[in-house]
Ligand binder design. Structure first.
Ligand SMILES: Cc1ncc(C[n+]2csc(CCOP(=O)(O)OP(=O)(O)O)c2C)c(N)n1
Ligand code: SF4
Length: 350
């Protein structure tokens, strides 16, 4: 992977966060992506979200597959853990890491080829198991790294630089809803105001959070007939809500007009204040979200915003009743409790 380190110097006027880290401390190496690639804007939004959340980089594990999108973990949170896995296999590597150590914050960074083509099965099982993660699909409708072939998320009839797509698309947001994800959102790399609070809320969420972020590929798929181009998404963007993320232990007493703002609280005590752009949209209604997505897609719109949230979600560990201690911190005695315990366990299955 291309790697260009950034100089350590930074502007003395950069404001530190509560940990004393500046924005610069959350950056990574210099991006080698094409100028204008949507993926770079997503990295910038992740840097902003981590800075604003006062995240300690050592608590974060960035996992990715293969693709231009999967290269991006190199460009943010340079002091975090990271593992660049195999094409389409990030979800199982992330699941394994999470089972071994639930203390880390897992950011799964993937592309639409990585997630919806070769990695579709992996995506499906990771989400249905409720792995506590933020799964970000940087969705440009093509395989950017291998020169712009259509991916499985490309809309039927959408045109790339060289071809017209004749296959039906896979919508990862609809799929995530069907598979039981407890936080589902769609955003646009060109809308930082929407994307940063969504990322913050997804990081605070204690369950399977899926973010599909339309991220135009300026090299291969940014022409007027592409439904993943900057112009198309700007013209057809239908945001259901605007989000304020409030890291909170103390209750909020914001004054807002009833009917236009909805406040929801997550497991960790954080609050989401949703300014409803569509007063009748209910982000806690899974079936309603699916019907809404289908209807708006049929009308040619790209629905963005927080689409579904289960406020008190459980994750994979709750279902498996695993130990809260990271496996590498368990003693040999705990890992190997002796033959009497093994015999008792075996008896349970007789
Ligand atoms: C097993 C395997 N098959 C195929 C490839 C070739 N390959 C590399 S990246 C890629 C597609 C990447 O597309 P996407 O995930 O959408 O990322 P983007 O580059 O568009 O960000 C493919 C097919 C590979 N590296 N490994
Ligand atoms: S080829 Fe496309 S996806 Fe890859 S870096 Fe360039 S613009 Fe981004």
């Amino acid at each position: 992977m291309t790697y260009i380190a950034k100089p350590k110097l930074h502007h003395p006027g950069l404001k530190p966060n509560k940990l004393g880290f500046t924005h610069r401390d959350y950056e990574g190496s210099i991006s080698t992506l094409c100028a204008g690639c949507g993926h770079d804007s997503i990295s910038a939004a992740l840097i902003q979200a981590a800075y604003e959340l006062d995240l300690e980089p050592y608590r974060v594990a960035k996992m990715s597959g293969i693709g231009c999108s999967s290269k991006t973990p190199d460009y943010f949170l340079g002091n975090a853990h990271g593992f660049n896995s195999v094409h389409g296999r990030m979800p199982s590597v992330l699941t394994g890491a999470n089972l071994a150590n639930r203390d880390l914050i897992y950011l799964g960074v993937s592309g639409d080829g990585d997630s919806a083509s070769i990695g579709l099965g992996q995506f499906a099982h990771c989400v249905r198991r409720g792995v506590n993660m933020v799964y970000i699909c940087e969705n440009n409708g093509v395989y950017g790294l291998t020169k712009g072939q259509f991916s499985a998320t490309a809309d039927k009839g959408s045109r790339s630089k060289t071809a017209v797509n004749s296959d039906n698309p896979i919508d990862l947001v609809s799929l995530a809803l069907v598979l039981g994800a407890t936080f589902v959102a769609r955003s646009f790399s060109g809308d930082k105001k929407q994307l940063v609070p969504l990322l913050k809320a997804a990081i605070a969420h204690q369950g399977s959070a899926v973010l599909d972020v339309i991220s135009p590929c300026v090299q291969f798929n940014n022409n007027p007939q592409s439904t993943k181009s900057y112009d198309f998404v700007r013209e057809h963007n239908e945001a259901v809500n605007r989000l304020d993320f409030i890291e909170g232990r103390s209750p909020i007493t914001a004054d807002y007009e009833p009917g236009t703002v909805q406040v929801v609280q997550q497991h960790d005590g954080s609050f989401l204040k949703l300014s409803k752009l569509h007063a009748d949209y209910d982000p806690t209604d899974r079936a309603g979200a699916m019907a809404y997505l289908q209807a708006r897609h049929a009308a040619g719109e790209v629905v963005t915003g927080l689409l579904y949230l289960e406020e008190q979600a459980d994750d994979l560990h709750a279902g498996l009743n695993t130990t809260a201690t990271p496996l590498n911190k368990l003693t040999e005695r705990e890992l190997c409790p002796g033959s009497a315990k093994l015999a008792a366990l075996n008896d349970e299955y007789r």
